[in-house]
Design a binder for this molecule. Structure first.
Ligand code: FAD
Length: 384
């Protein structure tokens, strides 16, 4: 049996690893010549780390995971700690740690783990054709590949999604712009083993420790979509949006390199239930594109891959396996997208009264409520 995997991102490489575990041959096709990640880092939460272990890629987490042992929220303006707590009780309860990792490192090591020479780069799918015998991928360079099934992990702007759903979906602007990048970890900005988030005015500034004494940072600002992007004014723009914010925030803006800072208008896609048509399955962002507000998009792609592998462990009948994959994944994936959307609105001041109530709650928080929410999300994954 041969699978065509479309996309060599987190989803595609996780799917290839899962199918290989079931003895299924995979040909992986990636549109770009060289993968350039859209974000600087991601937090792989414990459910994602469990999936990486299951898929035989736990060593990547060990090598790249940063020392995120504590969590804190601080008032953006005054810098005062609103809540600060150890993540140990959560890690003990769910049985795995979270790993914030450099995205370039993660994607590169996932490709290496599969075999870089076995990924066909510069192959952009434009059309799918299915027969009773198999499925064909037509690429923009005029070439065609044939397989028994197709896993389309071609991202939030998936081409294959139109084939599976029979219609195109619009992405929905979530209402804020995110700037992200990496800086040298600095205790004057935040403790080196802590995920620290400064909040106020519906904005947030966050730093997470990743490997090699670096911080992954991001700034979120509610803004209209389509504003001009200009690296030359990036620092000044952030200084303006965060005028009057506490010293660590100013230090972070001073420390960042505009040339390597990403600016992303955050979108998601309205959740849908159909991930599969015949021998073709959507996986990762092509199936469920979320805002990053609960850090679960990539983890969800890893979960998809684990469930896909489990489905083929149960049956080698392609259409039955893909149907089983769909029925086990669509509710969970939808739940994560909607949870992230809800969190997004509270964090980014969609209704400032609600956001202010959340700031007030944070001042009373001992960590238990936040960890209970994180736990619920984590144990809802396929590996518990
Ligand atoms: P992608 O990463 O988009 O990969 C798709 C691949 O398919 C790409 O390599 C692309 O080049 C290729 N491709 C596209 N079109 C074609 C085509 N026509 N033919 C062939 N190949 C094609 N997730 C987390 O778990 N934790 C986080 O902390 C987190 N933070 C985030 C922060 C930000 C700012 C953003 C934007 C996202 C974040 N995410 C996070 C989400 C995560 O990045 C995505 O969910 C994840 O990258 C999805 O992986 P994917 O492989 O499905 O899609």
């Amino acid at each position: 049996m041969k699978a065509l995997i479309i996309g060599a991102g987190i989803g595609g490489m996780a799917a290839a690893a899962a199918l290989r575990q079931q003895g299924i041959e995979c040909d992986v096709f990636e549109a770009v010549k060289e993968i350039k990640p859209v974000g600087a880092a991601i937090s792989v939460w414990s459910n994602g780390v469990k999936c990486m272990n299951h898929l035989g890629m736990g060593h990547i987490m060990d090598e790249l995971g940063g020392p995120m042992r504590n969590m804190a929220y601080q008032d953006g303006k005054t810098g005062q700690v609103m809540t600060q707590f150890s993540l140990k009780p959560l890690i003990d309860e769910v049985g795995e740690r979270p790993c914030p990792v450099s995205r370039a490192g993660l994607q590169s090591m996932m490709v290496d783990s599969w075999g870089r020479d076995s990924v066909q780069f510069d192959k952009r799918i434009e059309r799918v054709e299915e027969t009773e015998q198999g499925v064909s991928a037509y690429f923009t360079d005029g070439t065609v590949a044939h397989g028994d099934l197709m896993i389309a992990a071609d991202g939030a702007r998936s081409v294959v999604r139109g084939y599976v759903l029979g219609m195109e979906l619009e992405r929905r602007y979530a209402g804020y712009v995110n700037w992200n990048g990496l800086v040298a970890a600095d205790a004057l900005i935040a403790p080196l083993d802590q995920w620290t988030t400064f909040v106020g005015e519906g904005k947030r500034v966050s730093v997470m420790p990743i490997s090699d004494q670096r911080f992954y940072f991001f700034f979120d600002v509610p803004l209209p979509v389509g504003l001009e992007e200009n690296r030359a004014t990036l620092k000044d723009d952030l200084k303006g949006y965060f005028a009057g914010w506490a010293d660590p925030v100013q230090k972070l803006i001073d420390a960042l390199d505009p040339e390597t800072t990403n600016r992303i208008e955050i979108h998601d896609v309205e959740p849908f239930d159909t991930f599969v048509k015949g021998r073709v399955a959507l996986l990762g962002d092509s199936a469920h594109s979320t805002t990053p507000d609960i850090g679960q998009g990539g983890c969800s792609a890893m979960e998809d891959a684990v469930v896909l592998g489990m489905a083929f462990a149960d049956t080698q009948d392609i259409e039955s396996a893909l149907q089983a994959y769909q029925s086990k994944r669509h509710e969970r994936a939808k739940d994560l997208v909607l949870k992230a959307r809800k969190r997004c609105d509270v964090t980014h001041g969609k209704n400032m009264k609600v956001t202010q109530a959340w700031y007030d709650e944070l001042k009373q928080e001992q960590g238990d409520n936040i960890m209970a929410g994180l736990k619920e999300t984590i144990i809802g994954g396929p590996l518990g």
